[in-house]
Design a protein around this ligand. Structure first.
Ligand SMILES: *[C@@H]1O[C@H](CO)[C@@H](O)[C@H](O)[C@H]1NC(C)=O
Length: 237
């Protein structure tokens, strides 16, 4: 019979603790599955059957290419109407100092009034330079938050000021913004804009796609519609 020397015992104990830690970590990772699908559904138009084409766009509100991509994507989504759904996921790039705060503002506003989410994203795009690193470089974090809160009330109204303000101290909006980021990571998103059509990534990630580019991707998909059965799982519903 072998008797464990104290050193060996220690080794086994630390190996056990390591595995135990890993399992806690795994449980934690499972616990972070959100209760609802991440992202903001454009015009409340959820995919209502298996033939609806789904575009997912990962945008960083402070990314110039995301800003450039938006008008043509919006035009395309409006062109196809209910045949196509769009979900935008905020994806805060770590080298944009204010990206996480702006993404969080989108989550806060989405919670207060979902219809105001896209108007706010557009306002962020329009005034994007105000949120570039160099513009807030000398500001402390609370001043940047105050600035963003005031900015956001241009969309949701002054009477929502305190709601927006408390949104920034509400842990759930912090978590939601983190989940958007993690979701992007889980899909292999490495930059913005980044698009998926029916779950498949488009090539040329990180650059804007124009209206004709979109049409050449979506038109052939619309044309094969109707030839397929209705067997695809309705994974959103
Ligand atoms: C929600 O936001 C939309 C778009 O900005 C606005 O038209 C609407 O009045 C807002 N609703 C409420 C209840 O504030």
């Amino acid at each position: 019979m072998e008797i464990l020397q104290p050193k060996q015992g220690l080794l086994i104990l630390s190996a056990f603790l390591f595995v135990f830690n890993l399992s806690i970590w795994t449980i934690h990772a499972q616990g972070s599955i959100p209760a609802r699908f991440d992202g903001f559904v454009y015009e409340n138009n959820l995919p209502d059957h298996a033939d609806t084409i789904l575009i997912e766009a990962f945008f960083d509100p402070v990314c110039p290419d995301s800003k450039d991509a938006w008008p043509d994507l919006k035009r395309v989504v409006e062109y196809y109407g209910p045949q196509l759904s769009l979900i935008v996921h905020p994806f805060a790039l770590p080298y944009h100092d204010n990206a996480f705060l702006l993404s969080r503002a989108l989550h806060i506003v989405n919670k207060l009034n979902a219809s105001a989410t896209y108007p706010l994203l557009e306002l962020f795009f329009k005034h994007q330079t105000k949120f570039y690193n160099r513009h807030t470089y000398k500001m402390c974090r609370p001043s940047v938050v105050d600035y963003i809160v005031t900015f956001v009330t241009r969309i949701v109204g002054d009477d929502s000021l305190s709601a927006v303000e408390s949104g920034f101290s509400d842990r759930s909006t912090d978590l939601a913004t983190g989940i958007s980021f993690k979701y992007g990571c889980s899909r292999g998103v490495m930059g913005t804009p980044y698009f998926f059509v029916n779950g498949f990534p488009l090539p040329n990630a990180g650059s804007a796609l124009d209206y004709n580019g979109w049409r050449s991707i979506i038109d052939p998909l619309i044309n094969v519609k109707g030839q397929s059965g209705d067997e695809t799982p309705h994974f959103f519903l």
